[in-house]
Design a protein around this ligand. Structure first.
Ligand code: ATP
Ligand code: MG
Length: 248
């Protein structure tokens, strides 16, 4: 299953979720590929992948084939990003069949994996459209505050547009609340608002606010590798188990 992790709002835990959910799937015996599709390269940095590594940019340009861009870490495969991805994003605008470029790249290898997770940038860009065109499913991460609802509105529309124009099999399967303290009144209000106003489920597993999740990237590891007994590791494992039972 190919899943894009999306939200047009920045800093809502997309990259954190791709890294830790990916490693959690791997720990549960699944074959996993992560794709860093954000020119910021946060996913690659979080897993201590050198910034001059071959990445998805060179696959987009045809300089390298996809196998040459794959790096192994913590039992899973990763295709890193690098700063050239911002140029790729610009050149995509004039490319022929510009919404299908990533699909053509991934088609030959996607079946080798149980899960391909794509870390998307927050900006409304052709990179996100390419990710959604090749995906079976989209998941949004939200902080439980009112600004997240705005980002959710925007991404909901983008997903609906891609589904109707390019990819009828695309399914918005759920929303993950991250960095969550559900004892707070505002958290409950935001959950109620989402439940009442969107036809998308919120996953039962919340990712609690956890300092080990914040620290792990500076050690170049997932939270499962850095602090295996932490609440962060437990929550991402629980989310992976919940998702294994969800059909796209
Ligand atoms: N459960 C959590 N507990 C504590 N900190 C968290 C948690 N989830 C995410 N964070 C922190 O929130 C910040 C933003 O997370 P992240 O980089 O994953 O967001 P993003 O949506 O990928 O951002 P961008 O839109 O810029 O790509 C990071 O510093 C991360 O460590
Ligand atoms: Mg990110």
């Amino acid at each position: 299953m190919i899943i894009s992790i999306v939200n047009h709002k920045g800093g809502t835990g997309k990259t954190t979720t791709v890294v830790n959910l990916g490693v959690a799937f791997g720990a549960l015996g699944k074959k996993v590929l992560l794709i860093d599709l954000d020119p910021q390269g946060n996913l690659s940095y979080s897993l201590d992948i050198p910034s001059d590594s071959v990445g998805i940019s060179e696959v987009f340009t045809g300089e390298k084939n996809i196998q040459e861009s794959i790096i192994q870490k913590e039992g899973i495969d990763i295709i890193p990003s690098n700063m050239f991805l911002a140029d790729i994003e610009l050149s995509l605008q004039s490319a022929e069949d510009r919404t299908n470029v990533l699909k053509k790249i991934l088609d030959p290898i996607a079946n080798e994996y149980d899960y391909v997770l794509i870390d998307c940038p927050p900006s409304r860009s052709l990179l996100i459209i390419n990710a959604l065109v090749v995906s079976d499913a989209a998941i949004s991460t939200v902080l439980l505050d009112v600004l997240s609802i705005q980002g959710l509105n925007h991404i909901y529309r983008t997903i609906a547009e891609v589904k109707s124009a390019f990819n009828s099999k695309l399914n918005f399967i759920g929303i993950v609340a991250v960095n969550a303290d559900i004892r707070k009144k505002i958290s409950k209000e935001v959950i109620d608002f989402i439940t009442d106003n969107f036809d998308i489920p919120i996953f039962n597993t919340y990712i609690r606010s956890n300092v080990k999740i914040t620290e792990a990237p500076s050690h170049g590891e997932s939270v499962l590798g850095y602090a295996p007994t932490s609440n962060g590791a437990k929550d991402y494992l629980a989310l992976a188990k919940e998702l294994i039972n969800v059909k796209a």
